[in-house]
Design a protein around this ligand. Structure first.
Ligand SMILES: CC(C)(COP(=O)(O)OP(=O)(O)OC[C@H]1O[C@@H](n2cnc3c(N)ncnc32)[C@H](O)[C@@H]1OP(=O)(O)O)[C@@H](O)C(=O)NCCC(=O)NCCS
Length: 221
């Protein structure tokens, strides 16, 4: 396992000098929900860039996503995988096994005539047998802190708005679209499924107006 690779404080303020442990970046408290495993031990949260994950960890993550989304129509595609990597991963592990995950990748969203550097959340998942123990809550709190510190906006696409609203995310009410070589293309199937998170540097937003994302293969939102 490459858990102690790349955990240099100087490189990433989200990684503490204690290998593999996440560090608080501000005065905001870390998770308030239970973060104990079945034996009552505290379950650590780890942050890592995709490049810091070992091949075995990447294989395990992909297998986890196949399990979590395996029963759904379309499943977890190669494009979904490509969208989920290349940024910062937040991982909860029990006995060296990844049981919960979310990643934040950098994108540029546009609304109100402004380009907003955005932390876009992908692949929020907890292994079925570990669900409803607060792990995704723990992951999403860390995701929120990173986005607040680094980006002008947070965004994600979901059909589970109630889950994210608990962490301060808001449904984008206006039309969604994608910027392509052919210009702006509406994405009406995504309307009502995009959520945003305001950060300390988010400008005034009108959630009823149009928002667009940069193009990417597969699901653009
Ligand atoms: C959604 C998911 C990530 C939640 O993971 P988790 O580790 O079980 O989440 P938590 O234990 O932190 O849940 C905290 C709260 O979120 C809510 N919640 C959890 N799963 C939920 C779901 N599927 N739908 C709606 N609300 C949910 C509940 O209120 C829960 O509190 P409770 O247990 O007191 O009722 C997990 O169910 C999952 O992997 N689902 C399949 C993949 C998926 O849909 N991912 C989100 C894609 S946008």
């Amino acid at each position: 396992m490459g858990h102690d690779d790349g955990c240099d404080d100087a490189k990433d303020p989200y990684l503490s000098s204690e290998p593999g442990r996440l560090r608080r970046s501000s005065d905001e408290a870390w998770p308030v929900r239970s973060t104990l495993d079945d034996r009552g031990s505290r379950v650590p949260l780890r942050a890592a860039q995709t490049s810091e994950l070992s091949r075995e960890e990447l294989v395990a993550l992909r297998a986890m996503f196949d399990v979590v989304w395996g029963d759904e129509e379309g499943e977890f595609s190669d494009d979904d995988w490509t969208s989920a990597i290349g940024g910062t991963h937040f991982l909860v592990e029990i006995d060296g096994v990844i049981v919960s995950h979310a990643s934040v990748v950098e994108r540029v969203l546009q609304t109100g005539g402004r380009e907003l550097l955005t932390g876009y959340v992908e692949a929020v998942a907890t292994m079925p047998q570990h669900q409803r123990r607060g792990y995704a809550t723990q992951v999403m709190q860390a995701v929120g802190s990173l986005i607040d510190d680094r980006y002008e906006l947070g965004a994600l696409g979901t059909g589970l708005s109630g889950f994210y609203e608990r962490f301060g995310w808001e449904v984008w009410r206006g039309p969604t679209s994608v910027r392509t070589e052919r210009g702006l293309v509406e994405t009406p199937d995504e309307d009502g499924l995009v959520m945003i998170r305001r950060t300390p540097t988010t400008p005034a937003l009108d959630l009823d107006t149009l928002i667009s994302c940069d193009w990417r293969p597969g699901d653009v939102w």
